[in-house]
Write a protein that binds this ligand. Structure first.
Ligand SMILES: Cc1cc2nc3c(=O)[nH]c(=O)nc-3n(C[C@H](O)[C@H](O)[C@H](O)COP(=O)(O)O)c2cc1C
Length: 398
């Protein structure tokens, strides 16, 4: 499931050495279900072949402003009107300047002026070119006009030098695209706080107690909420790459997570506690690494604060119950004891659901009853949970 499914994306490729990466980008967009029309500047044609894009996207690839429109209209006008987004990747310094100035002597320039779809620009060039005040000024102009500039990464450049200027990774570009297209979604204007990962409770400076939670379900929730227009704060103890356009607050322990959640929830509309918070912590963690000894080691554990119980909002509160037995009874008890609006119960003893894997099988439980969902991807589970959150928020407003 992808929020890019069925979206019409114009992928504009320009004359950067990174143009070859646009082929992978086109493939990823196609796999995400987007309808990709590709525009190549005259200089891009020196680096990549139109056929590569046509074979991957199965749609129009054009370079010349004077290409006849297959439907009998004017090509740049038709493409501009139908587009959901115009993505320039890689964007050269030259094209960035042309976009900022509004030059319209090629297909890309005409589409950029004609379309009302959001513009996303992913620069790729040598560091000095990128850092030049002219380039920076043109990027600032584009940002002021509402364009999304997908910052280049730092690393190995085509010249052999190392520095800023590498085209952002396809996953990052797709993330920005999904976030931009979702700006007017059913969670627009809402602030959602999501937690993810198993907390780590130190034993000594190098060891900790934790659990098998990967954080994947929480990250899927954060990305899905972002793609439906929400501002998302992700309080995470997971070792996963941060999702783009999401504010990530990194924590380790349950105590740190509590403090971060309390701070983030001050203006929250909903809290989704997908993290597996350790119930116990070591009472007195050692300040030095513990040495092996003859005597058995005994750790004294004390109970951690219950985060959901300690943040009572006016906001919607969604809990997660990972159980290995009596799933519904245990989850129901948690729902009532903590006064939650909804609880997502999953049997983590199943091999295809719960910790670490890409799929989940959950039951949504609220005061009105239980809805058992089939085996779904974690993203699909996230969407179903967010459908409920949207409904709960609407009920509160009413
Ligand atoms: C081998 C080679 C690699 C180039 N790579 C880049 C690049 O990565 N980024 C960039 O801004 N310009 C790069 N250029 C310069 C552009 O190709 C040049 O400015 C061109 O006019 C850009 O045209 P366009 O923006 O219309 O595609 C490169 C030029 C050459 C010869």
């Amino acid at each position: 499931m992808s929020s890019l499914r069925g979206k019409r994306i114009i992928l504009a490729v320009t004359g950067s050495i990174a143009a070859y990466k646009a082929v992978q980008l086109a493939s990823d967009l196609y796999k995400a279900g987007a309808l990709v029309d590709t525009i190549l500047t005259a200089e891009a044609l020196r680096f990549v072949q139109p056929l590569s894009f046509a074979a991957i996207t199965h749609r129009l690839v054009a370079s010349d402003l004077w290409t006849p429109d297959p439907g009998g209209g004017v090509l740049h006008v038709e493409l501009a009107a139908a587009a959901d987004a115009l993505l320039v990747a890689p964007a050269t310094a030259h094209t960035i300047a042309r976009l900022a100035l509004g030059l319209a002597d090629d297909l890309l320039g005409c589409i950029a002026l004609s379309t009302r779809a959001p513009l996303l620009v992913a620069p790729a060039m040598e560091s000095h070119m990128y850092q030049h005040p002219t380039t920076q000024q043109h990027l600032a102009t584009l940002r002021e006009r509402g364009a999304v500039v997908i910052e280049p990464g730092v690393g190995h450049l085509a010249s052999g030098a190392s520095g800023v200027g590498r085209l952002a990774e396809p996953a990052e570009i797709l993330g920005y695209l999904a976030a931009t297209l979702g700006r007017t979604g059913d969670l627009a204007g809402r602030h959602l706080v999501v937690t993810a990962g198993g907390t780590r409770e130190p034993i000594d400076p190098v060891r900790f107690i934790s659990n098998r939670s990967s954080g994947k379900q929480g990250y899927a929730l954060a990305e899905a909420a972002r793609d439906r227009g929400a501002r998302v704060t992700l309080v995470s103890s997971a070792e996963l790459p941060p999702p783009v356009a999401v504010q990530v607050v990194r924590v380790e322990t349950a105590q740190q997570m509590l403090e971060a959640v309390q701070a983030a929830c001050r203006d929250a509309d909903a809290l989704l506690m997908a993290a597996a918070v350790a119930d116990y912590r070591v009472a007195h963690p050692a300040t030095e690494k513990l040495k092996k000894g003859a005597a058995p080691l005994t750790l004294e554990l004390v109970e951690n604060p219950d985060i959901l119980a300690s943040v009572r909002g006016p906001f919607v509160r969604v809990g997660f119950a990972a159980e290995t037995s009596d799933l519904l009874a245990n989850a129901g008890a948690k729902l009532r004891a903590k006064g939650l609006d909804l609880i997502v119960a999953n049997d983590v003893s199943a091999r295809d659901a719960g910790f670490g894997v890409e799929t989940n099988r959950v039951t949504l439980l609220d005061a009105s009853g239980a809805e058992e969902l089939p085996l779904l991807s974690k993203r699909e589970v996230a969407e179903r949970v967010l459908d409920r959150v949207v409904r709960l928020l609407a009920e509160r407003r009413a």
